[in-house]
Design a protein around this ligand. Sequence first.
Ligand SMILES: [Zn+2]
Ligand SMILES: [Zn+2]
Ligand SMILES: [Zn+2]
Length: 386
Amino acid sequence: MNNSENIETELIRDCNLVFGTTNLYTILDITEEQKRNLTEDGIKRAYRKLSLIFHPDKNVNKTDDEKETAALKFNCINEARKILLDATKADLYDLDGFLIDEETPEEDNSGDDDDNETAPMDSYQSQDINDEEMDYSSNESDVDSDDYKAFSPDYEIRQLIYGKTKLITFYLNDRSKCYHYYLSKDKRYYCSKRQKENHSCSAILLKRSNGEQYIQMKNDHACEPVDYYDDEIVTITNFEIYQKQIGKELFIFADEDRSHFYQYYYVKQKKCYVCAQCRKNGKDTKAIINPKTRELEAEAFHQCEPQSYIPKIDASKYLLDKSIKGKPLLVVFADRLKKTCFKFHWHKNKSFYICNEKTCSISAKILKSSNGEKFVQMYKEHKCHV
Ligand SMILES: [Zn+2]
Ligand SMILES: [Zn+2]
Ligand SMILES: [Zn+2]
């Protein structure tokens, strides 16, 4: 499990614990009404108001319990603010909420089973309330072109699946290298790598009086350009769609012998599948079933490498049980005679099973193929010994 997943898991758990919701807008006390015309300033104002209540400095005279709750709340509003102020993260959040499934088995209704998690306080950092982590001027509610350079590089606006657009600029007249930008709610195109490389390069699309379009850039790239490619859409035949308790997963195999695959989640709001690894790398690589042809069409270019495919574990090699505490337990047999096994406990926040070994983070999901057959799927090789 990578670090950002850990932070997200902790955030989801903490938000549920102290606010009873994972809706970041609700947590920041932003109403539906306010959400519609939300500016960066609005988010910061909402955060500042609550930070005056929950900041540790404001809670020094409280009981230990109250201090702890306030610290957790402060951490939640701080993380919520960071996500909503980051154009890329906010778009992903608005699109799909957190990247977890909402499925929860009926048996599980308590939240204390996350034994493998680190303490939530690890991620807490004291900070100055007035500290603004903004990388660009905040007093503008609309695009203000004054601080954009009049420099207009060669560019391309590309249509993506579902009517969204992307901007591509070329690197120093070299059309084999380019930068990608995604359109944000504030009408600016942000460099796709700004999060990873921590820079604030953006562009705006403008029109001259003669109707001609051009772009203006703000700030230089701290990132390297990527190879130029066509967002080719290809028809896929080597794939499987699996049903989960709620939602679907798509495996697109990268080679004939099915040794590698790309894992896609179904994203309800977009009515399409999105590559899970690409999404972690800041790129939405989509696939859809064409409603007319019933064929699977997918964007060919990935920002990720295909993963090794781990063969499925069929019903004869696993069973579902309950732990002594009554929690759901997945038992995967390690030998034919079923004398040895691995145990996986249910990870409520992530909606999958996770190996009981403290040092192991291998997850397992129960999926159903189109013929109704259920099986256990792991996504990485399980290296635990019995
Ligand atoms: Zn960049
Ligand atoms: Zn991918
Ligand atoms: Zn394990």
